[in-house]
Design a protein around this ligand. Structure first.
Ligand code: ZN
Length: 874
């Protein structure tokens, strides 16, 4: 449902472009060598320390606390004890590897109090360049790369004992890898489906006279939706009713576009280059297909037709609402009868009943006399009224089929991908296609996530991790609930409701049990309609498209399955679903540096603990707060609390909106669109740290890492930082012990700032509140559970703030926080509530891809990817 069905589709829609290129083996060997070297060095240091009977001092001058800090620590009964004895040092393989990783990623020559980012991630940055196939590269991406290596191994391992679901996944993979046959068949499979669609006028002689007179927009849109899972011009999909989380309902919304965001269609500067490359791409493909159909070359016709297509799509883009205007789900949601829909949005005679019934007929569902729909895209439909009859049937058909062709390019022979290369370069900055096996692994995993998940779990997931993660969730959740009590801006009534909601959040950890149960037929039944052929990759993809559409549409008459997993297991990401009040931590993210039973708890709390806090906080961000403990859109806030939430949100919007990103042509971050993620980032690390303090105070005994003289809380923060490296430090004096290490290509930065609901990595910093009266003596200031922006500091110019790495105050003299006027409008698309097809939960999708809830999906109320409407982590 709603997923782009091919790796290409992902790339086209969301922007992530594959990955590296430089030999993976080469890189992997280098990494392994470095790890082993680091481990040996660490062990050597440890041995030396033991010999001397004391621990090595790694950075003695920097890692100390001021007198004031120590005083404060003493006042706090839950202060973390520092390791004094060698017995505290863990020398297990897991700890040695963790120590080596931390050492390698750091740059101890940097002063942590001046530039924590370089201190924590300098080593990582020195050792990595962005691969030519990638538009961004970070610790997250490396984990995804490594996961794909595992999947490659299991998908290529042939055995006769595989159950049907697994056999089909392996067959799909082999067909994707069958490049010889893909080249041999060339464009023929695509030409076959153009007939099904009524032809692509630009490649058909006399289309106007032949098909034209019989052409119906309603039918064409229905075919695109049901056969190819492409919801073009009008987005129609089935999802949980926001107001009644137990049932499904029909949604009507504005559509996605061929390019990743609406701004590309009419803004100048770099957008013009992208637009020109997009048009050239269209014309090239049309010219190639005309030749394949033995039609005479006609560059004038091709130019004329494709220019019309771009003009139409530009009008559609202009009709869509920018992301910041789709921020509030409560104002987006309009439930109405079919009759009302027809009366309010006549669209010059568009027959809504015919369109919707045509779609539902594909799954044998009949419209009810009192059928209701929810319209999300009212402004779009109003604008569409003035567009829909301006363009001819030929142009409209040219556009619909172009969207199908665009989606299928990745399934075709190399010359079609070559025709796309320049467009991708201008759009993403990538110059090399993803290596084939990675594309195929990603494609199979995103289309058969349960089958692939079962292979991944058996191969790489320690079964007893589930319980340990569940305990961590309980600890972070308990802190969240306790912290609610400390919030001065929330009244008792709202606190009680919030606590109930937090306690009612259901968790999914690792994977659904049924995928490992040999006697449970559910896994095989999921794929019972699929019959792949090793020689027909293109048609296999079509089967996936149709099956995805049908799975989604069928749900209309089904009650909501609250136990349904909204994402596969082999995914390096985490999610919150407001419609389900559910947090999900796939097995793919339950690995170091985020989590391991073999590493100190400081690393687990700073890693997966922070992720848990992030996802829980999504339940209370600007979107999640509109849903109650059962996932129903319901206003449970008192006026007092809601008013203060909004006030503090404005502060955070202003704060992030003032960050300008040099890499993205100095555009400002969109404070509105990123609000939910920024709230989650801020809340998550605070809760995790507080939970760690509490665990220690209650008798938890942690262990130190060899070769490092980092205190427990320093370990917490350095793992938090290294879990996601970020590029250069921000040009603001905000305390920056945060990190998210990683780098972007400029082209992708420009796209990302328009489309990603997450702030750029470098702004996902640790929320220390400088100058606040409760400024931290150790690491964090007053811990808040949610919605209390650290930007309060800006209202009260900071005098000082401290981090656990600093003995001295942070000076505010290192540059002024650049307060600029609130960002005018950096509109984004898709809107806050993204159409299901725009996002996709899958490993690579955590990359900005069409499948990407890039990494913490959108804080949406509806599922984006397959069935998910969720907020993801990255
Ligand atoms: Zn998130």
């Amino acid at each position: 449902m709603g997923k782009p069905e091919s790796p290409v589709g992902m790339v086209e829609l969301a922007g992530w472009s594959g990955q590296k290129h430089r030999g993976f083996l080469e890189r992997g060997l280098q990494l392994l060598l470095l790890l082993v070297t680091g481990a040996l060095v660490a062990l050597g240091l440890l041995h030396a320390a033991h010999s001397r009977g004391k621990q090595l001092t790694l950075f003695p001058s920097r890692l100390c606390f001021s007198k004031e800090e120590k005083t404060i620590v003493k006042r706090k009964p839950r202060a973390i004890p520092q390791p004094k004895e060698m017995d505290d040092i863990c020398t297990s393989p897991g700890c040695v590897i963790a120590a080596a990783r931390i050492l390698q990623n750091m740059d101890p020559s940097r002063e942590p109090c001046d530039d924590f980012y370089q201190y924590a991630c300098g080593g990582w940055l020195r050792r990595h360049v962005i691969p030519e196939t990638n538009s961004r590269y970070s610790v997250f991406d490396i984990l995804r790369d490594e996961l794909e290596v595992i999947l490659k191994g299991v998908l290529e391992n042939s055995t006769t004992r595989d159950r049907p679901a697994v056999q089909k996944a392996k067959m799909l993979y082999r067909s994707c890898m069958n490049e010889r046959m893909i080249e041999k068949r060339d464009s023929q499979p695509l030409l076959n489906i153009l007939d099904v669609m009524g032809g692509w006028p630009v490649t058909v002689e006399k289309w106007n006279e032949g098909v034209g007179p019989r052409w119906e927009l309603e039918q064409q849109l229905a075919v695109m939706n049901t056969q190819f899972n492409r919801r073009v011009v009008i987005d129609l999909f089935i999802w949980n009713d926001d107001q009644n989380s137990s049932r499904h309902i029909i949604y009507i919304d504005q559509p996605t576009l061929g390019m990743p965001s609406r701004e590309y269609y009419f803004n100048e500067g770099s957008n013009r280059k992208v637009r020109e490359a997009y048009l050239q791409f269209m014309m090239s493909v049309a010219t190639m297909l005309r030749a394949d159909m033995n039609l005479p070359e006609n560059s004038y016709l091709v130019q004329e037709d494709m220019a019309q297509v771009l003009e139409l799509e530009t009008q559609l883009a202009n009709a869509t609402a920018p992301q910041e205007e789709r921020h509030d789900v409560t104002t987006l949601y309009h439930r109405m009868s079919l009759e009302d829909l027809q009366n309010k949005f006549g669209l010059k005679g568009f027959n809504w009943t015919l369109f919707i019934q045509s779609v539902l007929s594909s799954v044998k569902i009949k419209l009810l006399p009192d059928e209701e729909v929810v319209v999300y895209g009212i402004p779009y439909l109003q604008n569409l009224e003035d567009i829909i009859d301006v363009y001819s049937a030929r142009t409209m058909q040219n556009y619909l089929v172009w969207r199908l062709v665009l989606d299928r390019i990745s399934s075709l022979s190399q010359r079609f991908k070559d025709a796309r290369a320049n467009y991708r370069k201008v759009l993403y900055g990538t110059t090399v296609e993803e290596v084939r096996w990675r594309e195929c692994v990603s494609y199979v995993n995103s289309n058969m996530e349960s089958a692939v998940g079962s292979l991944y779990i058996r191969e790489a997931f320690p079964g007893d991790s589930k319980d340990a993660v569940r305990e961590l969730i309980d600890k972070v959740r308990a802190v969240f609930v306790e912290t609610l009590d400390e919030l001065g801006w929330m009244d008792e009534v709202s606190k009680k409701k919030a606590q109930e909601k937090a306690m009612n959040i259901r968790e999914q950890i690792g994977y659904p049990d049924y995928i490992l149960e040999e006697r449970n037929k559910h896994l095989d039944e999921e794929y019972s309609n699929l019959n792949f052929s090793e020689d027909k990759y293109f048609e296999n993809g079509l089967q996936n498209l149709k099956a995805g559409a049908q799975r989604s549409l069928k749900k209309l008459r089904e009650t909501v399955d609250q136990n349904l997993w909204i994402i596969g297991a082999a995914v390096v990401n985490a999610f919150y679903s407001p419609n389900r009040n559910q947090i999900v931590f796939p097995a793919g993210i339950l690995q170091p540096p985020f989590f391991s039973k073999e590493q100190p708890q400081a690393l687990n709390f700073g890693g997966i603990g922070m992720v848990i806090g992030h996802e829980i906080t999504h339940g209370f961000d600007d979107n999640g707060r509109n849903f109650d403990k059962n996932g129903n859109m319901l206003d449970w806030w008192s006026n007092f609390s809601a008013q203060h939430f909004r006030k503090q949100s404005e502060c955070m919007i202003h704060q992030y909106g003032n960050y300008s990103w040099d890499l993205a042509d100095n555009q400002n971050v969109n404070g509105f669109s990123t609000l939910g993620e920024n709230i989650a980032d801020n809340g998550g690390v605070r809760q995790a740290y507080k939970a760690y303090l509490k665990w220690m105070a209650e008798g938890g005994k942690d262990q130190q890492l060899p070769g490092l003289e980092l205190s427990y809380d320093q370990l917490f923060f350095i793992n938090y930082a290294q879990a996601r490296p970020s590029p250069r430090p921000a040009a603001t004096p905000l305390v920056r012990p945060q990190v998210w290490c990683g780098s972007y290509r400029p082209e992708f930065a420009i796209q990302s700032i328009k489309t990603d609901v997450h702030s750029p990595l470098k702004y996902r910093r640790l929320p220390l509140r400088r100058g606040h009266p409760h400024a931290p003596a150790r690491a964090l200031p007053r811990l808040v559970a949610m919605g209390e922006p650290h930007c309060v500091a800006h209202a009260h110019p900071p005098a000082e703030a401290r981090c656990p790495f600093c003995a001295r105050s942070w000076s505010s003299g290192r540059g002024q926080h650049r307060v600029r006027p609130a960002p005018g409008a950096q509109p984004r698309h898709p809107g806050r509530v993204a159409p299901p097809g725009a996002l996709r939960l899958q490993p690579r999708a955590l990359r900005p891809s069409p499948g990407d809830l890039f990494n913490c999906l959108h804080p949406l109320s509806k599922a984006s990817l397959s069935a998910v409407q969720a907020s993801d982590l990255s």
